[in-house]
Design a protein. Sequence first.
Length: 256
Amino acid sequence: MRSLHLRALLVACLLPLLVQAQLLTGEKAKSQFPGAITVRLDDGNPVPQFVRFSVHQHFDTEAVFHWLRKATQLDERTTFEYLNTERDQLGMKHHRYQQLFEGIPVHAGTLILHEQNGRVRSINGELFALDARSISTGINAQDIVEKALHHYPAQQYAWEVGTAHRAGPLATPPEGKLVWVSEGLSFETEDFQLAYELDIYAIRPHLHRRIWLDVNTGMEIAGEHRSCHTATPGTAQTMFSGARPLRFAARRIWPQ
């Protein structure tokens, strides 16, 4: 009975993901995306999340970008910034790219090319088909910091005590970085707009939050907490009760 309950719970958790995703294979994939044998699409996004190419298709990295523009609805103003390459034990190279629109990073817009023997076998990631939208800013990067601190006042910020608090990169005052972000982090293409991204790290009260503020009004478009907690098991040798298990609670501050 317990096993049946676990299976039912697993199906309930995975069903929304299965409903939203569309998997194309064989001729159906090839007819919509020439050269592909497997394509995974997310509901409402015309750009595939995953593509496996036919063994007869010989794409190098540059050819893949050309294929993407031709086979999808990516605007010509969409470009890609190379981030890094990882190699695995099978000899494959995995090239990671950041999506840009009008030269500005798209939040969560990433593309990974999986290459073997000079040929791209598959690609995956999350890309957004942004179209023409305003890139004008009514607030500069310096003034947006004041807006951010107004949203999150604190008795003491991490950068006011510097490296003594061991906050790493957060020991310096926040700087506004231009990005495209979806309102409320909905990741719906139509919700993307230009914003300033900032990390706010306060000590009293404790707060580590990444926020995105409208470039014209300074209002918060989206935000997320960047702190997390963990519990680490351990053992202590006591005076009267021998070895006793302990659990240490700790807080981890993510620097990026």
